[in-house]
Design a binder for this molecule. Sequence first.
Ligand code: MG
Length: 343
Amino acid sequence: MPKLKLSFKPFTLELKHTFTVSVFSRTTTPIILTEIEYDGLIGYGEASMPVYLGETQESIINFLSKVDLSKYDDVFNLENILKDIDLIENGNTAAKASIDIAMHDIVGKILNQPWYKIWGIDLKNIPYTSFTIGIDDKSMIEKKVKEAGDFKILKVKLGRDNDKDIIQTIREITDVPLIVDINQGWKDKELALEMINWLKGKKVLLVEQPLPKGQIDDTAWLTEKSPLPIIADESVQRFSDIIKIKDAFSGINIKLMKCTGMHEAYKMINLAKELNLKIMLGCMTETSCGISAASHLSPLADWVDLDGALLIKNDIFKGAGVINGKIFPAASPGIGVEKIYNS
Ligand code: MG
């Protein structure tokens, strides 16, 4: 009987531009690439390290070394396999996602179907994906906005002392709707409300994580008074977090690297819908592997922010593609990716 076999290696993504948000700046992103082999097929996965979750290439290699997939006879039993892996150790969400994604890829390949079909999801409801503009000086912002050409929504990182300048600069160039991400950068709820009221007049659609994740009561106050939806990102990682923050936010940003992958993301979407929370589907800086995996869920989201692979110079996969501002999964089996050169 064939056996599942896991392998993994580190890789470094090079960003097209230095990426700055309210709390840090960087030019590369460390990732781990995983492969699961089964009966001549290969499933691809990826772990990208969100800085605020504290994972490193070393911690991920350490975690993956503890995983033994060869003991599972029923490869279709994702529920059990992924639950076992989750129980190996707390945290390690990106490491767990790298297995989850490769398992979905291999199972889809065995079934010879893409995941949106296995889930029965209709691709005609895909929202536009936003394209991210990091914090920068005026000339770089102008350059990035021009590069974003075909995108119908831009995502802007705010949370320092020049928020209004950044928005004014963008508004001099384009009138496309904006999503703003504060990355916990505002500290005062009254000032936050004042800014949101100002942003409302600038064609902004939503505000992501305006206040630090510890300020949950202040966020609830803000959400109640805000004319724009307030979306949790740093405040919500996994399924079990949703209940804790459901009254403080209008919606949640789900990312595979935060929530351990496609299996849990699907469950989170269903719970969020039951609770009348809006859904944003986000990403880290990732190759087309992680982005393609997430893209199968994009028709279920209210807003999609899956631009991670577009921000890097050395994508080693080809998969989900942008058509007229919307990101579509490929129709090929599994997560729908092809390795285009060797890492
Ligand atoms: Mg965010």
